[in-house]
Design a protein around this ligand. Sequence first.
Ligand code: ZN
Length: 151
Amino acid sequence: MSIDLRELYQQVILDHQRHPRNFRALAQADRVSRGANPLCGDRVTVYVKLAGAQLSALSFEGVGCAISTASASLMTEHLTGKSLDEAEWLFAAFHALLAENGPQTQDIDSLGKLAVLAGVRRFPARVKCATLPWHTLRAALRGEGRTVSTE
Ligand code: ZN
């Protein structure tokens, strides 16, 4: 990855950390789930409003590091309006992105802005920060009431 691209990605992550999108409780959420990453201290609550098989609105609250906050912000932005099937597919694609030998970012156009988090794979301890919001969302979509933990 070129230095310029890396810097651009860094800027997007910082922007989402400082100005998280959809950072609020969703009063009329159909699904709510909580997640925690004890290793880093990240805590997130994900809210989902469904319209049939579509995620019509997503939001989140919580406290966490830059990576977990940016990941939650990007996730809620990217998944709004997507179907449940697309959300499952993106969950898998996002995890593949963060795998040690994951695809190069140019191969994963479908991830859109989520690809800015590809660099996290170089820091294995931070991967759980990036995936926490996604595990929490999946628990919400599956109607699992318990709190999700990365440990
Ligand atoms: Zn973290």
